[in-house]
Design a protein around this ligand. Structure first.
Ligand code: ADP
Ligand code: MG
Length: 252
């Protein structure tokens, strides 16, 4: 099967600094992949290029067989690529359920005309609510469905942000440090939930994460970067034993 995402020879400079120096990688469908590498190796820049926040200087990004290089974030969102940020981006006064509901593409609430077609609107609304509850359930947030986002714990906020992204119908989810600042118990829970989402919804994940002690036990594949290049990729145990990867960390 063709990979869901292919990144081909991407270059991106900031002034004279080459943050991405010809990055090529592919992400298999329905797998959890992690992107590792020392600070400054280009991981966040790569996520920004894939999610359309930065335009690469050269190279191509192919998603689901279509070239998406240089498309703006909202168009990528429509094609099924979504990302989260290190600091969750929520509607703080809305409840957990509402936060997920309003994230749906073409949510009837967005359209005035649809509200005129009352009957179909009500049916849509019931279906969206059901889907939102199912996601909250998969994320372990069903008990706080009616709590305002601002009252949730840091870990719950991260999970809720993931729920919003999934409600939008994302096929590929890019996560930048999903367990940073989260205690170990919750960090394991978050990765456990990610695997559940992969298995039950068929979602593909590309994750940047520093905390390898926790993350490595959950992921299907690892891509290691150093100085804007990919230095190794494959199964976690092989990549972590690769001298080039060890050198990259020791040299940093
Ligand atoms: N918007 C920017 N402007 C200038 N330099 C940047 C910008 N974003 C990243 N960089 C630089 O690019 C390099 C790679 O950064 P980054 O992708 O954030 O690394 P990582 O996420 O692996 O720590 C770093 O040297 C960083 O300082
Ligand atoms: Mg980073």
């Amino acid at each position: 099967m063709a990979p869901l995402l292919e990144v081909i020879d991407i270059k991106k400079s900031f002034g004279s600094l080459r943050a991405l120096d010809g990055v090529t990688l592919s992400v298999e469908s329905k797998k959890v992949s992690i992107l590792i590498g020392p600070n400054g190796s280009g991981k966040t820049t790569l996520i920004n290029v894939i999610s359309g926040f930065y335009t690469p200087d050269s190279g191509r990004v192919i998603f689901d067989g279509k070239e998406i290089t240089g498309l703006p974030p909202y168009e990528l969102y429509d094609t099924g690529i979504a990302r989260t940020f290190q600091i969750p981006n929520l509607f703080w006064k809305l409840t957990a359920l509402e936060n997920v509901q309003v994230a749906e593409k073409g949510n009837p609430g967005e359209s005035f005309i649809r509200t005129l077609l009352r009957r179909s609107w009500a049916k849509e609304e019931a279906r969206a609510t059901e889907k939102a509850f199912r996601l909250l359930n998969l994320l372990g947030l069903s008990r706080v469905w009616d709590k305002q986002a601002v009252t949730l714990s840091g870990g719950q906020m991260k999970l809720l942000e993931l729920g919003r992204v999934l409600m939008s119908g994302a096929k590929l989810v890019l996560l930048d440090e999903p367990i940073s600042g989260v205690n170990p118990t919750l960090a394991h829970e978050i990765f456990g939930r990610i695997l559940k989402l992969r298995d039950e919804l068929g979602v593909t994940f590309l994750i940047v994460e520093h905390r390898l002690d926790i993350a490595l036990t959950y992921v299907d594949t690892v891509t290691a970067m150093a100085f804007g290049k990919v230095v190794a990729g494959g199964k976690p145990e092989l990549v972590m034993a690769d001298p080039k990867v060890i050198e990259a960390y020791l040299g940093a």
